[in-house]
Design a protein around this ligand. Structure first.
Ligand SMILES: [Zn+2]
Ligand SMILES: [Zn+2]
Length: 766
């Protein structure tokens, strides 16, 4: 790996000054382009711009340029154009320019450069991931033949009398003032292709090739509805955000509102203000296919809402990108990658459910959407709104330190009370000890709620039928042969499945370890819960929602419509049903097992447990009939569970911050986690030791007090047939970690067949 030389790169910030120096250069010298490649290199490379490409190349376009051994031309992004640097070496030339227009504005180039530095990821890799594939290959377009008027046509036709139809074609073309496709031309001139051919033969018109526009897709426009009336708290929240919009200053707001307090209506009316200035807003939601209700709300309040979801085809994505870039879209709703939407006049960014872990990208570049949004909002001098009932401790601490502004919505709409939450200790429950999922108390409360005409939501964070297959003779669980993970029994498909690598096998009847007969199943997944619910409540309709039952696009939306219409009385599922659902007739929410996350080796285990219970509990008590929540647990004294039951985020946050403060962990310190992996365990281990040693020595030389922790085997030591070791860097200032890493990275001893990645501010600690 080359040593990073990003300080040498052309800085897009210099753009306003640049033209003068280019013009000076253009007069005498040649120009050079800086190009970054989709390779693990932190270097930008200089190339000469040949005369025939001069004026065609701008930062943000892709080029082909000779690279590496053999000088094979490969694709890279041009990130700067300027005078040829005085390197003393002869530069190679750009081969070709791939895009007619820049794919990224200078602002977006800046943002990607910021991501590269902040998340210690090569710029070329960031760029590659930010522009959708459909945009790069111009999906949905094709080359078509167009006709344009020949030069001096008006002159040449002065004394010529053309047949009527040919004259009509000429009139249309001169009127249009631009090339027209054959079908556009024949339609406008109401003729066939005959007159075109005659005119072409006479040299009056010329054929040119042009790319067609991508075909339009539906924005899903729906009947518009008026804004809702805000209560006093909402009004105050809106006023604060609007003041900031008008002052054209950047500010991050943490909108902490209890579930059902009407955060979405505040976003919508703030966006109304933004749209009235002719600007656009980006609304980021955790997983787009999971929030059809939210999308509908935006669509019936704004004319043009682009929804960037994962089921878009390349062509649709390309069309939407162009629509957004042209400024035709008012509101862009999407999952994390929508933060890169090319809105030309962005006025506001909203992140809904800011606490969701899906806002962290788990492949390179491993950015956190919240931080990218903060940087984009800062550079554009616009507000960023983070909305949630259960803020991350990162956001909570910033608000407490007054780095961000806190806005609170403490009451539900209509002053509805928060639902009472009952904690049920199931350690001695007669049903549970017999292997059932639903304990005695939950069963009778469900019966009462259903008899009363209410609907029930049951939450269980485990997919499949049984999460563990277990041998009674030797006590071993049946594991994936490639990963350190128990195989989950999916009864309907009769497979034992690894949820990490998708390995699957027929469920073994004999123990793979000791060969004893009689492998038993242990624990309950959603499929088994569904079976139990159906047999216990045969007179009610039950629907299961998890990633196994909701594979088809649109199935999630359809299921929620059924539940909303009251055709289904019991809805059970995984996280999928914990988010954003708003059904007034849900009078009972049951949490089957509150402990699934609590005992994971993760510094955020308590925080996640609190969030999950508070969010699931928020799905009830939204209508006239009120609602209640039952939480089954074997850890009834756990503070995170007790405080979630009290709907007391602030006490939880303060206590948890206290626990973390002395431990040198987030949100007080930044972490960067380095994961090394390879097929040969001793080599991975050795390589991890070498890396830790190099980092320590480098830190000493630099006088840096970044702490180097580890190496140690990762909690998930074996994954997809690779052994994994990790080490961590910790410091209060992120920049110190960055400084150390950039200095040390060129010094790591080369290790064959061991690869490493660095994850800055990691969420996944497995
Ligand atoms: Zn065994
Ligand atoms: Zn596996």
């Amino acid at each position: 790996m080359n040593k990073p030389t990003q300080q040498n790169l052309f800085q897009p910030d210099d753009l306003p000054e640049a033209p003068t120096s280019w013009e000076r250069a253009a007069a005498s010298d040649q120009l050079a382009a800086q190009v970054v490649f989709n390779r693990p290199l932190d270097t930008a490379f200089h190339y000469l711009i040949p005369d025939e490409l001069r004026g065609m190349l701008n930062p943000g376009q892709r080029v082909k340029a000779p690279f590496g051994r053999g000088d094979r031309p490969i694709v890279g992004f041009c990130v700067g154009v300027g005078p040829v640097p005085d390197t003393g070496r002869k530069l190679k030339s750009i081969d070709s320019v791939l895009d007619r227009e820049p794919l990224l504005s200078s602002r977006m180039l800046d943002l990607t450069h910021w991501i590269a530095e902040r998340y210690l990821c090569p710029w070329g890799i960031v760029l590659e991931s930010v522009v959708p594939a459909g945009v790069k290959k111009q999906a949905g377009t094709r080359m078509i033949t167009c006709y344009t008027a020949a030069e001096n046509l008006t002159e040449r036709l002065k004394n010529v009398k053309l047949p009527t139809k040919q004259q009509a074609v000429i009139d249309v073309l001169l009127d249009a003032g631009q090339p027209l496709a054959i079908d556009e031309l024949t339609e406008a001139a109401s003729c066939g292709t005959g007159p075109l051919n005659s005119l072409k033969k006479k040299g009056f018109i010329q054929a040119v090739r042009r790319r067609s526009e991508p075909s339009a897709t539906d924005f899903g426009a729906t009947e518009q509805q008026p804004d809702l009336k805000l209560n006093e708290e909402q009004q105050r929240a809106l006023g604060t955000i609007v003041d900031c919009l008008r002052s054209q200053q950047h500010q991050t707001f943490l909108l902490h509102g209890v579930t059902g307090s009407g955060k979405t209506e505040v976003y919508i009316q703030a966006i109304r203000e933004v749209v009235s200035y002719g600007r656009q807003a980006i609304v980021l939601v955790p997983e787009i296919s999971l929030t059809p209700q939210t999308i509908r709300r935006f669509r019936c309040r704004f004319d043009s809402v682009a929804v960037l979801h994962s089921h878009l085809s390349d062509a649709e994505r390309h069309w939407q990108w162009q629509q957004i870039a042209s400024g035709a879209v008012q509101v862009i709703v999407g999952a994390r990658s929508a933060i890169f939407a090319p809105a030309p006049q962005l006025g506001l960014i909203v992140i809904d459910e800011e606490h969701e872990s899906t806002f962290k990208q788990e492949t390179a570049p491993r950015y956190h959407t919240r931080e990218v949004a903060r940087e984009r909002a800062r550079a554009a001098n616009i507000p960023l709104v983070l909305g949630t009932a259960t803020p991350t401790l990162e956001s909570w601490l910033r608000a407490r330190q007054k780095k961000d502004a806190l806005i609170s919505l403490s009451r539900r709409i209509g002053n509805r009370p928060m639902p009472p939450v009952v904690i049920v200790d199931v350690r001695n429950d007669p049903h549970i000890t017999k292997g059932a999922a639903i304990g005695r108390a939950l069963a009778s409360t469900m019966r009462a709620a259903l008899n009363d005409g209410g609907q029930v939501i049951l939450f269980l964070n485990v997919r499949g039928y049984c999460p563990v297959l277990w041998c009674r003779a030797c006590g071993q669980a049946v594991k994936c042969p490639h990963c350190d993970i128990s195989l989950t029994w999916h009864k309907s498909r009769n497979v034992a499945l690894c949820h990490s690598c998708e390995f699957n096998t027929v469920p073994p009847t004999h123990c793979p370890t000791c060969n004893a007969a009689g492998v038993r199943s242990l624990g309950v997944g959603t499929q088994r819960l569904e079976q139990e619910v159906r047999s216990r409540f045969p007179n009610y309709r039950t629907l299961r929602m998890d990633s196994d039952s909701m594979r088809k696009p649109g199935s999630h939306d359809e299921a929620l419509q059924q539940f909303g219409a009251g055709d289904v009385q019991i809805l059970l599922g995984t996280q999928m049903i914990a988010k954003g659902l708003d059904f007034p007739n849900v009078t009972l929410v049951g949490v089957i097992d509150a402990d699934t996350i609590l005992h994971q080796p993760d510094l955020r285990a308590s925080e996640r447990t609190f969030q999950l219970i508070a969010q699931v509990a928020g799905r009830t008590g939204r209508g006239e009939r009120g609602g209640r929540v039952l939480v089954q647990t074997s850890s009834p004294a756990e503070p995170a569970i007790l405080q979630a039951a009290e709907h007391d985020f602030i006490s939880f946050a303060e206590q948890e911050l206290g626990h973390r403060k002395g431990r040198g962990v987030p949100p007080f310190e930044h972490l960067a986690r380095v994961i090394l992996r390879g097929a040969d365990e001793p080599m991975v281990q050795q390589s991890a030791r070498d890396m830790a040693k190099t980092l320590q020595q480098t830190a000493e030389e630099m006088g840096s007090n970044v702490r180097v922790l580890g190496p140690a085997p990762a909690p998930l030591t074996r994954l997809k047939a690779m052994f994994r070791y990790h080490l961590q860097l910790a410091h209060i200032e992120f920049e110190e970690i960055q400084r150390l890493w950039n200095e040390a990275i060129g010094r790591f001893p080369r290790a064959k067949d061991v690869e490493f990645v660095i994850d800055v501010d990691p969420y996944n600690m497995r």
